[in-house]
Write a protein that binds this ligand. Sequence first.
Ligand code: UN1
Length: 511
Amino acid sequence: DDHARSALIAAIERAAAPAPAAAIVDGADAGGPARPVVSPIDGATVVGTVREGDAALVERAVAVAAGGFRAWSATPVETRAAVLEKAADLLEADRAAFLAVLAAEAGKTLPDAVAEVREAVDFCRYYAAEARRCFGADVVLPGPTGEENRLVQRGRGVFACISPWNFPLAIFLGQVAAALAAGNAVVAKPAEQTPLVAAAAVRLLHEAGVPLSALQLVTGDGAVGAALTGHPAIAGVAFTGSTETAWAINRGLAAKRGPIVPLIAETGGLNAMVVDATALGEQVCDDVVTSAFRSAGQRCSALRLLFVQEDVADHMLALIAGAAAELVVGDPRDPATDVGPVIDREAKARIDAHVAAWAARGAVRFAGRLPTGALAAGTYVAPTVIELPSAADLAEEVFGPVLHVVRWKASQLERTIDAIGASGYGLTLGVHSRIDATVKRIVERLPVGNVYVNRNVIGAVVGSQPFGGSGLSGTGPKAGGPHYLARFALEQVVSVNTAAAGGNASLVAMG
Ligand code: UN1
């Protein structure tokens, strides 16, 4: 309600300026040259500073984490889970400070920042519960008399966690919490654009009881990330970001390490929504605007390609343009704002160039208004609707508030489905239809990770909608789902001959 909202805004305004984003090794600032972190809100305000890491920093961080792994993996599951739950409590208590950094550093609107803190809290609690469920007790397996077989799951070692700027708190904490829950030590590298919120999250985890040696933060560019994932002491990699970077990590692991290092990658999408003539117009409009433009389109789940059946296309486009015209693009800290800035100048330049190329071909059907005045130097992109001749005209994810529309004829449903599958991506898919058989045909033919029927396609809820795709969109398993933690753990089967002369005592408490 309004009162809670103004109290929250007041708390955000009071929240102290963020501490510098140090590279954190063994709980202390690891040093290194400082670089300013500039806010996308106005392209000028320095939000804080970050240390530029290098290969030597990675060396130190991995060495400390390797020591930390021994103690942390020997910590009982119940203690590890309790520490993550404590982190969730601290995060909720310190919500205003995190909201302030999310707005200033990542340009998150208030509703997006609130949802992100909620998701981060959910990840901590969910993985704590999953750790108890999955690792709470060794599994005793059947075998002949005189033999005891136990399946033990333990941490693999030092996990590298590489996270994106678009969910700099939720995905960062989700990866780290999962790796820690399974008994690994972690060296985390946040995106270059969003080190401040990551550093705050690491300090919070340490305060919650994660040993200083079990969690390190290295900051820096792609070279730092490459030094980390290529390090011979790394036992696993969790990565969320572009498909291109996932390929590079995978190539590096294959070349340097062989097929022995698990890579858990969550990457991009060319997410489609199919709308047929039976869909409810106002509902489609609301879901399209939310899916394509909320968070300035900077979600891997966001809608990129809308396939509208020809008979209703003009009507749907008019509704969508009408609703998009109402969106306020501007300062994300202003409660009236719907769409904040994109992350930085490079991102804006890439999206603007894409839109300009289609504008030159007369394909832009709608373009929103940009903010002026003090925000003119911020990295804003107006919500835009482009009508494409065919789906094949969009080969790559455009990571911003740009919706592409393609018309399809009733006789061409199969071709539409094939066009969606042809992209090779398989992250989210929307279907708006009142005909169950149509929904079934579309859903069953596409190997897409998360399918949404008659609703929007963003905002997967931890535990209810485990999230992740296939093909170019990622390796699985799904984050926030029941199979995620298993991938972070090492399975060991211990078989003991208990009938041998003298007999071995039954092995207890292996885990
Ligand atoms: C991402 O954007 O990198 O469902 C993934 C959603 C979010 C997407 C996160 N969980 O919209």
